[in-house]
Design a protein around this ligand. Structure first.
Ligand code: HEC
Ligand code: HEC
Ligand code: HEC
Length: 424
């Protein structure tokens, strides 16, 4: 296994501790937040060993600058480069927490030469040599420490600037004002639902095209492999950082539930994400062969996920049975969804139609919108066709209904308190 699993150990008990704290920034422990909020998964434990070349080293960054970047990435004001990868995670971080994190990051030491991706280092050794010259000069507040970036990050930025014919350097916001503002209590942001999807990340194979059934995909090779569940558990460790040890994801829809999903669907989605036929910038580096292994590893982790019981209480839409919205959603579902996802929401494994009963409402809403609007490029074209006339309200009502489909008792865990013994 790679070093990623080591970081995961820090992450295991993670989201349990993230629930709604309204403490003032001064009371918050930046180091703990940095681990709890998954920052370590991408930026590294020391904030200077990013998981991917192209992800920034942020240790030693100026607090004002770091805070502004976090805010901008969260709000979508900054959507250049790979900001999309971090955006989902920022929905879990409040203003107060951002201040604590920014202060913490600023206390860390910038280590020249550390900021080289572990993954790329392994595969493309020469890139490591391209580390920017050391000797970081004193950084003016609110200006990015350009020297603190890994080589590829610089290169990407430069390419962008050249392509756009203009820089998108931060607009040196009035940071002094930004700091105290964070002391006011802002409720933790809502999940990334309903947001207009931002530009797809740059990619290799499937970029920009709709590829529902990619040819020569790993999907075919993985399907018949016999899973090794012991290795599956080992691989799943890194996944548990976001999807949780139980595979339940988050009811707020940030991370989908994986438990209960058909093996065929899991394999197709993972193969699609790896091949960049489905954009998932948050998860992409964790799904790569360099991170988790080859086709056998995919079969193993999917085998492991299959062994997990489902969440008895998934995130649901707001309209209970008996409301007009529920009834309208039910009708829409019968007319438009049943033929593929089934009356019970079970989908069809052999056709790669996902199971959607028990899935979190906000996650489904996001996917539905992306499928409707062509942003989820591995979607079934027939489904796109079927739902393209849906208004936003139709969409909410039908997904509300889907989120309230009863899940068979045999498929769910004995209680909502159930914990996966492998992780507890
Ligand atoms: C899923 C991966 C991922 C996670 C998790 C993540 N980040 Fe990031 N972060 C990125 C990427 C990628 C960028 C660069 C975005 C770009 O290309 O413009 C970035 C940029 C930043 C920047 C701006 C750096 C600069 O020099 O402009 C800061 C500050 C930052 N992250 C802090 C955090 C903190 C704090 C957390 C935890 C709350 C976090 N990140 C979680 C991937 C991640
Ligand atoms: C840094 C967080 C993160 C990590 C680590 C992560 N995922 Fe994900 N995963 C996500 C997010 C976010 C989505 C949903 C993306 C979207 O909204 O399109 C997702 C989606 C998925 C899906 C598609 C689910 C569906 O219903 O279509 C599968 C399958 C999946 N992940 C499996 C895994 C596996 C296996 C691992 C470990 C090898 C893993 N993930 C690691 C964040 C993560
Ligand atoms: C022609 C068949 C078809 C129809 C009709 C259809 N779907 Fe789908 N749906 C699919 C397939 C196939 C996928 C997975 C696409 C992929 O592989 O990325 C999917 C994906 C989804 C997802 C994302 C699931 C996940 O785990 O990421 C949701 C939510 C969804 N459909 C809801 C609906 C709803 C609600 C309707 C009716 C309004 C509907 N679908 C109609 C075939 C269909």
């Amino acid at each position: 296994m790679t070093g990623i699993n080591k970081i995961t150990l820090v992450l295991v008990a993670l989201f349990a501790s993230t629930a709604g704290s309204h403490a003032l920034a001064a009371d918050l422990d930046g180091a703990k937040l940095f681990a709890d909020k998954t920052c370590v998964t991408c930026h590294g434990k020391d904030a200077n060993t990013p998981i991917m070349a192209g992800y920034p080293a942020i240790g030693g960054q100026s607090a004002e600058y770091a805070l502004q970047q976090m805010k901008d990435i969260k709000s979508g004001a900054r959507k250049n480069g790979q900001a999309e990868a971090m955006k989902v995670v920022m929905q879990l971080v409040s203003d107060e927490e951002m201040v604590a994190l920014a202060k913490y990051v600023a206390t860390l030491e910038y280590k020249p030469g550390m900021a080289v991706s572990r993954l790329e280092k392994k595969d493309a050794a020469p890139a490591a040599a391209a580390t920017p010259a050391a000797a970081a000069p004193a950084t003016p507040a609110s200006a990015p420490t350009a020297e603190a970036k890994p080589a590829d990050s610089m290169e990407e930025q430069l390419k962008k600037i050249a392509a756009a014919g203009k820089t998108d350097a931060p607009a040196a916001a009035p940071v002094a004002a930004a700091m105290p503002a964070a002391a006011t209590t802002t409720p933790s942001a809502a999940p990334a639902t309903g947001e207009k999807p931002a530009a797809a990340m740059t990619g290799k194979s499937g970029e920009g095209k709709n590829v529902w059934m990619a040819e020569g995909s790993e999907r075919e090779a993985v399907m018949d492999l016999k899973p090794d569940l012991k290795n599956g558990l080992e691989v799943y460790e890194v996944c548990s950082g976001c999807h949780l040890g139980e595979g339940w994801g988050k009811p707020d829809g940030t991370f989908p539930q994986l438990s209960g999903q058909h093996k065929e669907v899991l394999i197709k989605q993972l193969a699609d994400i790896r091949a960049k036929n489905r954009d998932n910038p948050t998860m992409y580096p964790f799904a790569l062969p360099e991170a988790i292994g080859d086709e056998q590893a995919l079969a193993d982790v999917v085998g492991y996920i299959e062994s997990l019981p489902m969440n008895p209480d998934n995130g649901k839409g707001e309209w209970a049975e008996g409301t007009p919205e529920f009834t309208k959603g039910k009708q829409l579902y019968a007319d438009n969804c049943v033929k593929c996802h089934g009356e019970d929401g079970m989908g069809k494994a052999d056709k790669f139609y996902p199971r959607i009963d028990g899935q979190h409402y906000n996650y489904m809403l996001r996917q539905f919108e992306w499928i409707r609007d062509g942003k989820r490029r591995n979607a079934n074209p027939e489904m796109v066709d079927q739902i393209k006339v849906f208004t936003d309200m139709d969409m909410k009502m039908v997904v509300n209904y889907a989120s309230r489909l009863p899940v068979p008792k045999d498929d769910v865990a004995p209680s909502t308190d159930w914990k996966n013994p492998d992780f507890n």
